[in-house]
Design a protein around this ligand. Structure first.
Ligand code: SDX
Length: 387
């Protein structure tokens, strides 16, 4: 009860509330996946092991991990109908538009094979989604670049396989372990984040009993926006527009001017009113990757670090509790990996697919009701049509 309306657990507690997957304490900058802190997972785990944790609630033993990794590899091939759909799009299409369509098309490919009341069907759907997201992402990139697709290579680990399908010229190309580790950590850091806008979309959409791939496609649509997952692309565009550390003060002033709609991309968060723990890990990864690639003097990194320092010491940002979020440094790493800015949110969606799915699976694996958020009506009370 908050004075406006009573809290009705009936409609809130199914599609959009109760969960055991991820815990966030926005005031303390805490992010736990099934109880494990994100920085410990980023240091000791890898993306597929974290996928298993998010889906099953416990870290896998060696045998469980091998079975899960193999099941994902075995499910990573994309149907020719979906490959043809990707190739039907104009080269100037935004890759997120292609990904929305391609993932929704998986509902057409597998619809007759999914009984969402059966755990085995839900597990197989998870393998297909996690296995095919990088393949779809790579196909999208290759098509928009006008290059031939490179097939998935089961001999490569998940992130290395994605990099090879995207940037390789043949299935057997070599992939730098440094780049593969950085890519895997980016997927891991984006895996889940409680009930953000896109995850809430997936849960609400899924609460009608729709096909899980269709619900995930709805999540991709939501993530695309610059206020959400599209921010990583916006951060790079902003850093490039700032162009020099000498221009930072001008942009900080713009961001503080209420009359100016400009906001510092990569800063602020709906929940974190302290630092975003993912941003700390991402900043460390950016330092490591760029120095390993000999790019430690990357001008964009210099602008990002100076901008962060100025913002963290600025009274406005302190008072508004605005800190760098997950998107602030991720784009710098992805740029160093050779990924074009328009693909940044596709990478975010590829990593987040498991989080969306874990929330959907958690909801449909026990009795649930369709979500029905209510509004706060501020319109006319009843009135009669003029005689
Ligand atoms: C993600 O929810 C999740 O978990 C999302 C996510 C995930 O993993 O799924 O973490 C991923 O979406 C991260 C956020 C990425 N977006 C950006 O980096 C875009 C830039 N940031 C903002 O647009 C903004 O901070 C939001 C959208 C993230 C939050 O906006 P809110 O809800 O308006 O933030 P707020 O209520 O905390 O704002 C407090 C004040 C406001 O000013 P007043 O109305 O009090 O005068 O701070 C201002 C805001 O206008 N403000 C900013 C700002 N963000 C908020 N001012 C300048 N620059 C900013 N970036």
């Amino acid at each position: 009860k908050n004075g406006f309306f009573t809290y009705d657990p009936g409609f809130m507690s199914t599609a959009s509330c109760e969960s055991q997957i991820t815990f966030i304490d926005g005031g303390k900058g805490v992010l736990l996946h099934r109880g494990y802190p994100i920085d410990q997972l980023a240091e000791h785990s890898d993306y597929l092991e974290t996928c298993y944790l998010l889906l099953k609630g416990e870290l896998p033993n060696q045998e469980q991990k091998q079975h899960f990794v193999q099941a994902v590899k075995d499910s990573s091939e994309v149907a020719s109908s979906v490959a043809n759909l990707i190739q039907s799009f104009p080269k100037e299409a935004h890759p997120m538009a292609v990904m929305c369509s391609a993932v929704a098309a998986l509902a057409a490919v597998y619809n007759d094979e999914i009984d969402i009341t059966k755990e085995a069907d839900r597990d197989q759907t998870a393998y297909r989604l996690i296995g095919q997201m990088p393949t779809l992402a790579a196909m999208t990139y290759k098509h928009l670049k006008g290059e031939d697709f490179v097939a998935s290579n089961p001999a490569l680990d998940y992130a290395a396989n994605y990099l090879n399908m995207t940037f390789g010229k043949s299935t057997d190309d070599k992939v730098s372990p440094v780049l593969a580790k950085a890519m895997d950590r980016i997927f891991l850091l984006h895996a889940d984040h409680e009930q953000n806008a896109s995850t809430s979309t997936v849960r609400l959409s899924g609460s009608s009993g729709t096909n899980p791939f269709a619900a995930i496609a709805a999540g991709i649509s939501t993530l695309w926006g610059p206020a959400h997952g599209g921010a990583n692309e916006a951060v790079l565009n902003m850093l490039e527009e700032i162009g020099s550390v000498d221009n930072i003060d001008t942009y900080v002033a713009k961001a503080k001017d209420k009359a100016d709609p400009f906001r510092l991309m990569g800063f602020g968060h709906r929940v974190y009113k302290n630092f975003d723990p993912r941003a700390k890990v991402m900043k460390q990864a950016a330092d490591e990757v760029l120095s390993e690639l000999g790019l430690e003097n990357d001008p964009l990194l210099a602008i990002a670090k100076k901008l962060e320092k100025i913002a963290l010491e600025d009274e406005y940002f302190i008072q508004k509790k605005l800190y760098p979020n997950v998107d602030f440094y991720s784009g710098i790493i992805m740029k160093a990996l050779g990924i074009p800015t328009e693909m940044f949110t596709v990478i975010f969606a590829t990593g987040r697919a498991v989080g969306w799915y874990a929330h959907w699976d958690e909801m449909v694996s026990k009795p649930y009701k369709i979500g029905r958020p209510r509004q706060l009506y501020t319109g006319y009370t009843q009135r009669d049509y003029p005689a």
